[in-house]
Every structure is written in structure tokens, then in C-alpha cells.
Ligand binder design. Structure first.
Ligand code: GCU
Length: 599
């Protein structure tokens, strides 16, 4: 029987209004979701690159690409013989002279295009790290700050029929008031690191939607659809063919349409990652998505997935292809990393410390691996900078905006190891948490903290951020950065939020794969045996911990981080991987594997 239901509840109206106000308040523009369902023209492939270490291109207005006219004319730039840079791809790994480069690289793509009659055209970037200034045919069409989230510009009135020149000024300099700030423990890959696409739409199109189970429900979807274009009212029809479900709603004067429908969904879980084909149809648009339905919540000091307690067997992953040792971006990269996590026995991956590619989030969902999605609000952040509130909101909007329909995403993590002593840290992050709840009330929200005290083998856990967190996420490195102060089995935990679940979001230590001869009781030899002992001791402690709902070793693979400068053992790599960058399993890998298999 076709379920054609129209119900609008009081609760829904509040959720809807609060969400829409949040979206409109942020930066008034939304990047369209689910672009893979649209007619795309990819601009991936060979671009040209000009390296601009002194920033002269700005002064020369390089984007105007002036050409000599008079015999006496000359211009000190040209893309003609410029080297090729492949997009998507970080530029550091593509040219020797760019290996450690932090600065400006001008990218150019020439393409021809003919816009269909009555259509609109958007230029969409999956991500550019870190600052992007975008020019089309010599005219600036916009800028974007932030290295890990999508953005777009409408170019309907700027595209030429025929040949076009797209120039992107990419700058990956670290910024004191950036997100992240100056200091971070991963490789600062710069470039157009994800897909670039041209997207044609109708005059009025489905720009955004949120279709997920309402908080605490296993059978009712509570969401909305947002149209872009003149806001004449349109009928919206959502279908889930496999459930014989057809739901109708209608947009209001602002182009928003409420969504609320119920069904007997096959719930998504790691054991059964059920996804449904969902279609969205308006008078002028049609999209297809693949959406799963599950419930994630905290009850007392447990995490419940579909109302059943679950232990989070997690691992940290940076967005780096361990074979190429450069920025990961493709579906194949995602499968390589996620299959390694699956082999370890994981049911969750913490995508450290920034939103990874959409490929990674979608592949995880397909493989039945839950995702911890995280903002690069990392350690040294200038919270009191006047531009910081807008940057925080924009990046939150872009992360939640892109991934909110991915049921595999169960945690929004809004900060990592920030310092209570930093001015405005507490109130800015409290504000950010509220905004995140307004955008999505159905997922868990947390802040990762390492402010705990450790004295006399007692861990004192308190941080104001925990007031706003659904789970207490703690990074601790007992046995590596902090020697044990007693028997791990006798470690005491005084957690000032006894009614909240505890998740160890990082622990571990370094070792070089194959380094098994040196003394295994001394950290300074980077032996596998020393790392293995850290893990066995940690597990002894975990077995005595209160409210523990999951653990997350730091991390899956050795990875590049230039601050790791030991010329024998590190060579610019952080060696805390359970595996080497070649995928060689260290002894600690087997310890975690056995522990996860036992849970
Ligand atoms: C920190 C931090 C990680 C870092 C790790 C380390 O907890 O969150 O980004 O790489 O410790 O020191 O290896």
C-alpha cells in the first residue's frame, strides 16, 4: 500500500525553524548536497601550475593573463609552459620543488562549455587547502577559507559560450587565526585536493535536504527539503521504493518543505549496513540518494545504536594514502584505509582531525563502519580573534551540511585538545556546540580533551567542555608521553561526569616496524616490543575503567608529520601507527585485534 502521509507535529515545526534559522544565519549560502546525483562536468585532470613563493602574482594580477600587444609589451608570468598539476591532488607530492612548500601555487584549467538554455551553472570544489581565490575569465568569482570542506560559486552569468579560463590561487600557508592554527601534527598538503565539477541545474532546484530518523525514533523520519531559486511553492515527493513509501510535502514561501514520515525501516548497523534508494522529486528537479536509517543516542553511561548498547571499537585515521604517501581523496583510497580498519576489527573510524573526503564517509557507510566526523579545531586556536566565530560556524555548516544524510556518521567532534587557558575557548566552543545541535539534534556531539590530571596513578578528569559533550572523549598516552605511575590495573579514574560515557579517543606510542632487536624496555629505541607493552598495559587499564564505551588507538598507519625529526626512527613520520606506511603490521596491531575480537 502506498503510504502517502502528511503529518506536521509541533516538535517538527520547532526543529525545522531552529535549523533553518541556523542555516540562514551562518553565511546565507548553502553548498548543494548530493552532487553525484546531478549532471556533472568534471574539471579533474591536468591543470597548469605556477609556483609563487613571493606572492608576486597578486601584485601582477596574474589572473588577468595580460598578453603583449605592442612590441614593447611584456608580462612576467605565463601558464604556457607551466608544469602540469593533477587535480584532485596535493601539489606537494607532485613536484620535487614543492615537497615542503607552504605558500601560493596558481592553478589554471582551460575548458570549453556551452550552458543549456534556461539552466543555471555552479562551480563546485570538494576541498582546497587552505585558501582559495577563484577567477573565471579574468574575473574574481569568490574566495574560500578552510582545507577540508566543499564550497561552490554560481557562474551562470559568468561562463562564456565556448572557451573559458579558470584560475585558482591556492595558498596553504598556516594561519595563526586559521582552522587549524599554526601548529598541527600532520603533513600540510596544499592544493586542490578533491574533485572540481561544473553542475547544471534548473532555475529552481533541490539545494539541500535532511532525511534521517528523528532523535530517539526507530521508525520516524524528521527532516526538511530546501529549494534554491524563486520561491514559488512546489510539491515535493519523496519515495523509498523498497518500502513502497511515497511521501508528499510542499514548500513554503521560503522554499522550505517539512518532512516527516514513518515506516518499518531495516535499520543500518555495522552488522547489516542497510541503505535505501531514496528519490526526491520537485516540480523542476529530481535527485536520487542512498540513505540509511539508524538511531544513535546516549542513555546513562552507555552508547546505544538502534537502542542496543554498543562498544566503539575504533581507530584513528589521517587522510593520507599510505602507499603513495600523499593526500588521500579517491574511492580507492577510502577503500584501502577502511578495509584496513575493518581487518583490525573496527566498527568506527575517527577521521582525524578534519572532515575527510565524501568518498571516505560514503564508503564507510557502505562497509558498515561508523564515522566520527571532526572539525580541525586543533590545539592552538585563536578563539578571541574577531573572525573566529564566523570561521567556526562556516566550517561547521560545511561539515554538517555535507554529511548530515550519512547515517554512518554518528559523532560530530567539534574540537581536539584545545587549551582551557586560551581566551574565549570555553564560550566559543559552547556556542559552536549549540549551533551544531540546532543543525542536527540526532547525532552525538563531543569535544576531545587531554586536560586530565595524572598523579599517584589517579586520573582526574574535568573540563568545562564536558558539560556540552554527549560523551567524555579523552586523549591519554600513559606508557608513552607519560610513564605509568603504578600498575595499570590499579589506575584510578575520578571522572567529574559519572553519568556520561567515556571514550578513549587516543592512546598508543611509537615504534618502527621490524625494529625488534634493541632493548624493548626503553622508549628511545622505538621498538615494536615497547609499543606492544604500551598496548597490553592500556588494555589492562581499560578492563578496570568505569563507563568505558570505546577505545580508539592513535593510529592505523604511520604517517607524515614534519615535526617528527629523529633521523633514525622517524624521518618526518609519526610512528604511532599500528602498521607501517607500507601496511606492515606491528606487534601492537595483534594486541588490539585480539582485544577488539574479545569485545
Ligand atoms: C595528540 C594529537 C594528535 C597527535 C598525537 C601524537 O593527542 O591529538 O594529533 O598526532 O597526540 O602526539 O602523536
Amino acid at each position: 500500500m502506498n503510504k502517502c502521509i502528511r503529518t506536521i507535529t509541533k516538535e517538527w515545526i520547532w526543529v525545522f525553524l531552529f535549523t533553518m534559522i541556523s542555516i540562514e544565519l551562518v553565511n546565507g549560502q548553502t553548498t548543494m548536497v548530493n552532487i553525484q546525483s546531478r549532471e556533472l562536468t568534471s574539471l579533474n585532470g591536468e591543470w597548469k601550475g605556477i609556483i609563487d613563493p613571493t606572492g608576486t602574482g597578486e601584485y601582477l594580477q596574474l589572473w588577468t593573463e595580460k598578453k603583449p600587444v605592442k612590441k614593447t609589451d611584456f608580462y612576467e608570468y605565463s601558464f604556457e609552459e607551466a608544469p602540469v598539476l593533477n587535480v584532485p591532488g596535493d601539489f606537494n607530492s607532485q613536484m620535487n620543488e614543492l615537497t615542503y612548500f607552504e605558500g601560493t601555487v596558481w592553478h589554471k584549467k582551460e575548458f570549453s562549455y556551452s550552458l543549456s538554455e534556461g539552466k543555471r551553472l555552479f562551480l563546485h570544489f570538494g576541498a582546497v587547502n587552505y585558501l582559495a581565490d577563484v577567477y573565471l575569465n579574468g574575473e574574481k568569482i569568490g574566495t574560500h577559507e578552510g582545507g577540508f570542506t566543499p564550497f561552490q560559486f554560481e557562474i551562470t552569468d559568468k561562463i562564456k559560450d565556448g572557451d573559458n579560463a579558470l584560475i585558482v590561487k591556492v595558498n596553504n600557508n598556516r594561519k595563526g587565526n586559521g582552522l587549524p592554527g599554526y601548529g598541527y601534527d600532520w603533513f600540510n598538503y596544499g592544493g586542490i585536493t578533491r574533485d572540481v565539477d561544473l553542475i547544471e541545474t534548473d532555475d529552481i532546484f533541490i539545494e539541500d535536504y535532511f532525511i534521517q530518523l528523528r532523535k530517539g525514533s526507530l521508525d520516524t523520519v524528521l527532516g526538511w527539503v530546501k529549494m534554491n531559486g524563486s520561491h514559488e511553492k512546489q510539491d515535493i515527493e519523496i519515495e523509498v521504493p523498497e518500502l513502497n513509501l511515497r511521501y508528499k510535502t510542499r514548500t513554503d514561501d521560503d522554499g522550505f518543505a517539512p518532512v516527516e514520515f514513518s515506516s518499518d525501516f531495516g535499520l543500518w548497523s555495522p552488522e547489516g549496513p542497510k541503505l535505501y534508494r531514496v528519490t526526491l522529486k520537485s516540480d523542476t528537479d529530481f535527485l536520487v540518494d542512498t540513505i540509511g536509517f539508524r538511531s544513535i543516542e546516549v542513555q546513562g553511561n552507555q552508547v546505544l545504536l538502534n537502542r542496543k548498547p554498543i562498544f566503539l571499537k575504533a581507530v584513528n585515521i589521517h587522510e593520507e594514502n599510505p602507499q603513495r604517501m600523499n593526500r588521500a581523496y579517491s574511492k580507492e583510497d577510502a577503500q584501502l584505509l577502511l578495509n584496513s580498519a575493518k581487518e583490525l576489527g573496527c566498527n568506527l573510524v575517527r577521521l582525524a582531525h578534519y572532515p575527510h573526503s565524501e568518498n571516505m564517509v560514503k564508503e564507510a557507510e557502505r562497509l558498515g563502519i561508523m564515522v566520527w566526523d571532526e572539525l580541525p579545531v586543533y590545539q592552538h586556536i585563536q578563539f578571541s580573534d574577531s573572525l573566529m566565530p564566523a570561521k567556526l560556524e562556516q566550517m561547521l555548516q560545511e561539515m554538517v551540511g555535507r554529511d548530515k544524510n550519512r547515517c554512518g556518521v554518528v559523532v560530530w567532534a567539534l574540537s581536539n585538545e584545545t587549551y582551557p587557558s586560551t581566551p574565549r575557548r570555553d564560550d566559543r566552543l559552547a556556542e559552536l556546540t549549540q549551533k551544531c545541535r540546532a543543525l542536527d539534534s540526532a547525532r552525538l556531539i563531543t569535544h576531545v580533551v587531554n586536560t586530565q590530571g595524572y598523579k599517584n596513578n589517579t586520573v582526574e578528569v574535568w573540563d568545562s567542555l564536558y558539560h556540552h559533550s554527549d560523551i567524555i572523549a579523552i586523549n591519554e598516552y600513559f606508557g608513552w608521553y607519560l610513564p605509568w605511575q603504578g600498575k595499570p590495573s590499579e589506575t584510578k579514574w575520578n571522572i567529574s561526569f559519572p553519568d556520561k560515557p567515556v571514550f578513549i579517543s587516543e592512546f598508543g606510542g611509537e615504534a618502527v616496524y621490524g625494529n625488534t632487536d634493541a632493548p624493548t624496555d626503553q622508549a628511545a629505541y622505538w621498538t615494536e616490543g615497547y609499543q606492544e607493552k604500551i598496548y597490553t598495559d592500556q588494555i589492562v587499564m581499560f578492563n578496570t575503567m568505569p563507563n568505558l564505551v570505546g577505545v580508539c588507538p592513535w593510529l592505523l598507519y604511520d604517517y607524515r608529520s614534519l615535526g617528527r625529526m629523529h633521523s633514525v626512527y622517524q624521518k618526518g613520520y609519526n610512528r604511532k601507527g599500528l602498521m607501517s606506511e607500507k601496511g606492515e603490521k606491528k606487534k601492537a596491531w595483534y594486541v588490539i585485534k585480539a582485544y577488539f575480537d574479545s569485545k
